[in-house]
Design a protein around this ligand. Structure first.
Ligand code: ZN
Length: 398
């Protein structure tokens, strides 16, 4: 964010400049931010820009900001940046802390040292065009930005050159080969037989499962997110395809439901279990992320979502990339966060929600380099687990 008092503060700065030059080159950067400032200077140098804040002055300090502001840049002399302590501490406890902190500090230095304003346009795939997104909200979209892996180098190029051309990952065309996947596990949910229904058909105080018109009906009776999953011999490090049809006809439009894969919780109250998720809501929004992070990577508006009816979500993994499809339409690609073996696949049910699922299909590409032979006649283990902590936060403003 840019301080709205910046003009007044700049005048004060001018006044101070005439009365006393003592502090105009003050350099005071809290040790928490020093490494990110150094990275910025290194990136600036690689992009033909030289800064010497140690000599020219810069203040980066913690503050207690309001209105869900993560950072605030004051155009004083020297530039003074405040970072919200609550937000910084919150993201510090999550897997994506380093990327999120770099994004925040680079954004504020974009204001303070590069003189950049907010830029809230998007790329063709719906990603924010710039890490300079912030300020006045656009269609109530959260500021969550997928600042990771291949996106990082694009966003840094764009930070130093607003005319950087659109990156390949932002194309709406699918350019990879998604053939060669053979069925490994399929559930039709037509009968209560284990081979059709997978999960036990039962009821207890927290949930109820039943077969309803050729679908699995899962009713949650608790206030936490439910993860319903199966342990399989399919390693998510291999190239796989996972699809499931879901319907969530009642409940809040903002509640997320969708598919999950990875390592399910050992302790459901700990949010560090690395579970990948791909969710939608009945307000045409799509989300992707990993439970160990502070929140979803970004929110997208996807017209291919049927806001009343069944939606088929599919994710195809090729190498380190995940390709996301809704009702057969290609939507987005992004790196998988998990780098170690995991073999669980399932779906996510909103608090006290009832979800109908159908046609669960997991396929494996045995021809690819990372492919694997799946054992014949394996018996998946079906599990149901509520998760009290499931980070689905809105990112703070920057
Ligand atoms: Zn800003």
């Amino acid at each position: 964010m840019i301080s709205t008092r910046s003009f007044i503060i700049s005048l004060c700065g001018l006044f101070l400049l005439f009365t006393s030059c003592k502090n105009s080159k003050e350099y005071s950067v809290d040790s928490a931010f020093a490494d990110y400032l150094k990275r910025f200077e290194t990136e600036a140098s690689a992009h033909g820009r030289q800064f010497n804040p140690q000599a020219n002055g810069l203040i980066i300090e913690f503050g207690n900001l309001s209105n869900n502001d993560a950072g605030l840049t004051h155009y004083e002399t020297p530039i003074r940046i405040q970072i919200d302590r609550t937000y910084w501490n919150a993201i510090s406890e999550t897997a994506g802390a380093d990327q999120m902190k770099e994004d925040l500090i680079f954004h504020e230095l974009g204001h303070g040292l590069l003189g950049r304003d907010h830029l809230n346009t998007t790329l063709d795939n719906g990603d924010w065009k710039s890490i300079m997104c912030g300020g006045s909200t656009v269609n109530n979209r959260p500021w969550n930005i997928n600042y990771r892996s291949i996106r990082r180098s694009y966003y840094i190029d764009e930070l130093f050159d607003v005319n950087t051309s659109a990156p390949a990952f932002a194309s709406t065309q699918l350019t990879v080969d998604t053939t060669g996947y053979a069925k490994s596990l399929y559930l039709s949910f037509n009968t209560e037989a284990k081979t059709d229904a997978g999960w036990p058909i039962s009821e207890d105080a927290s949930h109820k499962t039943s077969i309803d018109n050729g679908q699995l009906r899962f009713q949650s009776k608790v206030d936490s997110v439910y993860m319903v999953y199966a342990s399989t011999p399919i390693d998510i490090l291999s190239d796989f395809s996972y699809q499931l049809t879901l319907e969530y006809p009642a409940g809040s439009l903002t509640n997320q439901y969708g598919i999950i894969f990875g390592n399910m919780p050992v302790n459901s109250d700990v949010s560090s279990d690395p579970i990948e998720y791909f969710t939608i809501n009945n307000n045409e929004k799509m989300y992707m992320g990993n439970r160990s992070w502070y929140s979803y990577f970004t929110e997208l508006t996807e017209p291919s979502i049927l806001t009343a009816g069944k939606n088929t979500l599919k994710v195809i993994k090729i190498g380190t990339m995940l390709y996301y499809f809704i009702n057969s339409s290609y939507c987005y690609c992004s790196e998988i966060e998990i780098t170690t073996s995991a073999n669980q696949f399932g779906f996510m049910v909103p608090p006290k929600g009832t979800v109908w699922v159908d046609n669960l299909l997991i396929s494996v590409n045995s021809t690819s380099k990372t492919g694997m032979k799946v054992k014949q006649n394996f018996q998946p283990e079906f599990k149901i687990q509520s998760a009290k902590k499931f980070n689905l936060n809105k990112g703070y403003n920057q």
